[in-house]
Write a protein that binds this ligand. Sequence first.
Ligand code: ZN
Length: 429
Amino acid sequence: MTLDADLRQRIIQSVADGFDDQIAFTQELVRMPSLRGHEHPVQDLLHRSLQSRGYAMDRFQMDHAAIAAHPGGSKISDDHSDAPIVVGIHHPREEAGRSLILQSHLDVVPEGLHDMWSDPPFSAKIDGDWMYGRGAGDMKAGAAANIFALDALRRIGLQPAATVYVQSVVEEESTGNGALQTYLQGYTADAVFIPEPEEEMLVRANVGVLWFQVQLRGVPKHVREMGEGANAIDAATRVTAALRQIEAEWNADKANHRHFENETHPINLNIGKIEGGDWASSVPSWCNIDCRVSLYPGHSADDAAAEITDRIAAFAAADGFLSNNPPKVVFNGFYAEGYVLEEGTEAEAVLGRAHEAAIGAPLKSFMTPSYLDTRVYALYNKIPALCYGPISRNIHGIDECVSLPSVQRITAAMALFIAEWCGLEACES
Ligand code: ZN
C-alpha cells in the first residue's frame, strides 16, 4: 500500500507536533553517561518509556555461552557490559502487514578529555540547530526517533498493522554482542531499521571490525644497564610499523571489493591505546597495544585474525629482541564481518519513497568504514537491514553533536516508512 499525499502530510505534521517532546526525551538520554558497563539506568529509562506507552515488554541478559558458540559472537572480556537488552513489542489487532525491528544502541564511547569540550560532554546543550553531547548523534537521537516515529502515528489515531519490535541494545561500540543476542533470543522480522547517524543516506556496504591487543613483554632493568634490558615500549613502535604494512596491503586490494574500489582508504587500522611501563627510570618490562582494524565484506573474521597473528609472529621472528620474547595477540572485542545491502529490495524502495516525501530529494546510498549492528540482521537473520539516520558531527570525537532539523526529517521518513512497510490500522481506543 503506497500512502496517499494527504496521509503523508498528516504523518509529517504529526512528527512536527511531537518534536519538542522528542527533543526533551533525547536530552534526557544524552544526560545519562551510558559508557560501557554503565548502561543499566538508560536501559531502565527506555524500558519505562516503552512500557508506559503500552508495549509488551521483554528484558534479557546476554548468554555468554551461546555468543561464544556463534560465529558472529565477539570475545567476552572482563570489560564486557552486563546491562540488559530491552525490547518493546507492538502487537497489531490484525497482523496484515510486514513486521519490523527498530533497533538502537545506548552504549556510548568514552568522552575523552573534558577540558577539550566546549561544554561538559553530557550537557545535552542545544545551540541553534545542534544538540551537543557524547552519544547525541551516536545514537541517542536515533533511539528517541524509533519511539517518536511510532508516537507520530498514534497521535493521528493510527498504528502499524504488523508486529513491531523496538529493540535497545548495548555493546554496539565494542563487540556487537547486544544485537547478536536479540537474534539468539529468537527476535526477527521482515526487515530491520537502525537510525545510526548516516547523514540522511542509506548504508549500502559496511566493513567488518576486529579488536585485538598485542602484548609485549621484556626484561626489567635499571636504566644504567639499559643496553641489556629489552624495552617493551621500543618494541611496540616496531610492531605498530608491521601492522601498518598489513593495513597498506589490505587497502591496496580495494579494487577487488565492490563498493570499496573508489574509496581513498577503505581499511583503517586504529592504534587506539598504548599502555606500558611502570616508572621513568625503569626499562619497561611490558607494553600492551590495543588495535581496531576493519575488513571488507566477505573477508572472514577467522581468516583476518589468522593473518594478523601470523604476520606479527613472522615479524617477531626476524627481530632481535622479539624473537626471544614473541608477542601474544589476543582478540578481545569486535569479531565481526562486513555486509552488503543488495540492491533492489522492497524495503529499500519503501524507504526511498519515504525519504523523498520527508526530505524532498532522492535517497542516496554509500559505504561506511565503521562497525554497524545491521551486520547481525544481514548476515544471520538474513533480512533487509536498513541503516539510515540523521546528520551529525564529531561522533567519537570532541563536541559531538546532532542536527535537530535533520532528526525531525529522518523521524518523518521513518514514520512514513513504518506506515507503508507495516500498513496501518486504527489505534485501539
Ligand atoms: Zn552507533
